[in-house]
Design a protein around this ligand. Structure first.
Ligand SMILES: *Cc1c(COP(=O)(O)O)cnc(C)c1O
Length: 353
């Protein structure tokens, strides 16, 4: 299908510095496509960015039938615009949709629409160090009905937001609280899907962690409260006695594209790496034996977010003296280098707009 376009008559001012608060500024246009059970996905269009009108009974408001994605467009030094493995985001959007009983999209087709949208908004991709254009595709259930059943109509939208560097004063290792009371997800639940309820249900634990001086929460498995799952909206890696360990995908953990990319890099570099279950007791033991060398969260927002300190039931693990580890730094430099076109993209990870 060809996408129809209505150009915005009024263009907004673009940020003039790298101090851009996350997710509050949006570009001039947005992408919209509708689904009806008799028509399938139809009417792809690029419109001026504007509020939506929805029926108060629209099913998204009542039972949370919705999924989303997050990726970025980066400006290179020679003014090209690159996306990082965007096909993986649309693949994951469909996985999330399947879990939420939302009809699948044509991944390749929608990636084509995304490229058209970013092409139109190219001037919004900031060039300051560490900045990018954050891309938020999402689907909402729109059928006006209070029936507890999948909606018969949906809207897929893509909005764009210029964002500043995750760490404004250079990478800083963060302090994380190991959450003992609340659970993010359980096997068989929705943990592997990027769906709204997974995030709002974490706010209480997050607020508690922040109150106690932490930046975020490390989630344990919901059944035994022993096995490490992930951090806030990042996957987690540990370097223990020379070996890199990350929790295996259990069904309750989000399959991060940064996580996948890091596993691929480590294997190529011949760094020993395993995906397996790892308990908090095992981690603490490794710490006490002086074997916990590095810890870092991974995700699109920060790429690598080093963990400088873990708090677990009043016990404190200080990792690498609150400094970023050598391997964390190398992974960060490699991935951000590829994203900004400064390092050769030997894996074919970037897609030029
Ligand atoms: C998005 C997300 C991640 C990271 O995924 P990336 O594809 O690497 O950005 C990790 N955990 C959760 C819960 C997430 O929502």
């Amino acid at each position: 299908m060809t996408v129809s376009k209505i150009e915005a008559t009024h263009k907004k001012a673009k940020p003039q510095s790298k101090e851009i608060p996350f997710g509050r500024t949006f570009t001039d246009h947005m992408f919209v496509m509708d689904y009806e059970s008799d028509k399938g996905w139809h009417e792809p269009r690029i419109l001026p960015y504007e509020p939506l009108t929805l029926d108060p009974a629209a099913m998204i408001f009542h039972y949370g039938q919705t999924v989303f994605e997050g990726l970025k467009a980066y400006r290179t030094d020679d003014d090209r615009v690159l996306l990082f493995r965007p096909e993986k985001n649309f693949e994951r959007l469909n996985l999330s949709s399947q879990r939420l009983s939302i009809p699948a999209i044509d991944e390749e087709e929608v990636l084509g629409y995304l490229k058209e949208l970013v092409e139109l908004e190219k001037d919004w991709v900031p060039s300051f160090e560490g900045t990018s254009l954050y891309i938020r595709p999402f689907i909402i259930a729109t059928e006006p009905s209070l029936a507890v059943a999948p909606s018969k109509s949906y809207k897929l939208m893509i909005i764009l937001s210029p964002v500043g560097p995750y760490f404004s004063g250079g990478i800083k290792p963060v302090t994380i609280n190991v959450e003992e009371q609340f659970t993010r997800a359980v096997k068989g639940g929705t943990g592997m899907a990027k769906t709204a309820g997974n995030y709002s249900s974490g706010y209480q634990a997050q607020a508690k962690a922040v109150d106690e001086g932490n930046a975020d929460v490390l989630w344990l498995d919901g059944v035994e409260k022993r096995y490490i799952e992930e951090v806030g909206s990042m996957n987690i890696f540990f370097k223990i006695d020379g070996e890199v360990v990350t929790p295996a995908l259990s069904g309750s953990i989000l399959q991060g594209i940064t996580r996948t990319s890091i596993l691929e890099l480590l294997r190529k570099w011949d760094v020993p790496v395993t995906e397996r279950r790892i308990s908090i007791e095992e981690l603490y033991e490794a710490y006490e034996e002086g074997k916990l060398e590095e810890a870092f969260g991974t995700g699109t927002a920060a790429v690598i977010s080093p963990v400088g300190e873990l708090n677990w039931l009043g016990r404190k693990m200080v990792i690498n003296d609150h400094e970023i580890g050598a391997l964390s730094q190398e992974l960060y430099d490699t991935i951000t280098g590829i994203q900004r076109g400064r390092k050769e993209d030997v894996h074919g990870w970037t897609v030029e707009v």
